[in-house]
Write a new protein. Structure first.
Length: 315
């Protein structure tokens, strides 16, 4: 959902419009714009994923200051994990200062004072989680937040968040949006537990996120036709039986998950500018199908038309 596009707002009204949109999506704070009012510009979006949401901002330079007075005002208890999409963010909370380059993660506890800013033009993609949904005590959140990069899960969660926020408009409209939100919360929980070094919580968090981690791993290795349940199990240090059980408990067929991801990748590739220049067989192989006939049969079963017919519709 588009909250704000200052291109449609008179210059003298942009500061007020920015404040109204931010208040709708986040918690109370002071907003200081670093450019003259007539040069303020921004686009903000908000999408729901169950009880969590994605809040994106692309804007001219500004500073957010959440003071103790703001914290005392009634507002939702939220934790926000954000990826800096453009520009360089500067963040301060709990006595720690951090520079957040483009492509890196930052976690803020919105139940406490903080400051965040960027100069020039920048962008942020935030996944906002109610504290009660996250299911972690504040001491774990605050211990893990400044140490996110120390966790082996950092890269996986960052890639997942980039994919989620990059396709938030389409994904939030999908029937599985709430389940995707729950899975993403599980990944954030596991990242914080890992970064905080809480050994007593690692086991449960690791188990809770097994399916999400396997699905994310599979999406990064779809081009390998040798990607099998055995390979996935070995990569995650579990038995094949345990892997199948985890997917069954989640109501998901492991084989159908792999085929479904490959089919979705192929469907997008077939009508992409680069894919239109390749043969259908080459696209199929690039998406992990080693048999063109098997690919065509499964594609038709899934989408009701052949790969060639799908491509012709998009020429």
């Amino acid at each position: 959902m588009l909250l704000l596009d200052t291109a449609t707002v008179l210059p003298e009204d942009r500061v007020g419009a920015f404040r109204a949109a931010f208040d709708q999506a986040s918690v109370p704070c002071r907003i200081e714009h670093l450019d003259p009012p007539d040069r303020v510009h921004s686009r903000m979006h908000l999408w729901s994923f169950g009880a969590a949401n994605v809040f994106t901002t692309d804007a001219s330079g500004f500073r957010l200051v959440r003071t103790p007075r703001h914290v005392r005002r009634e507002s939702p208890a939220i934790v926000a994990l954000a990826v800096q999409s453009r520009g360089e963010g500067r963040f301060h909370q709990f006595g720690t200062d951090a520079v957040v380059p483009a492509g890196e993660l930052m976690l803020s506890d919105l139940t406490a004072p903080y400051q965040f800013s960027w100069a020039g033009s920048g962008g942020s993609r935030a996944f906002q989680i109610p504290y009660e949904l996250l299911g972690l005590p504040p001491d774990v959140v605050r211990a893990g937040a400044p140490r996110l990069r120390s966790s082996p899960l950092y890269g996986l969660v960052r890639e997942h968040l980039e994919r989620l926020t990059g396709s938030a408009d389409r994904l939030s409209a999908d029937p599985g949006a709430a389940a995707l939100g729950t899975a993403t919360v599980g990944l954030v929980r596991a990242l914080l537990v890992s970064a905080a070094g809480r050994d007593d919580l690692v086991g449960p968090a690791w188990e809770e996120t097994l399916v999400t981690r396997v699905r994310a791993y599979a999406s990064r290795h779809l081009t390998d036709p040798a990607l099998t349940p055995g390979v996935l199990a070995a990569a995650h240090n579990v038995s094949v039986r345990r892997l199948y059980q985890a997917f069954a408990d989640a109501g998901i067929s492991l084989e159908q998950e792999l085929i479904g991801q490959r089919l979705e990748a192929a469907r997008a590739a077939l009508v992409s500018p680069a894919g239109l220049r390749r043969s259908i067989e080459a696209v199929a192989r690039a998406c992990g199908f080693d048999s063109p006939s098997h690919f065509s049969r499964r594609f038709r079963q899934a989408y009701g038309l052949t790969p060639r017919e799908w491509r012709q519709q998009h020429r």
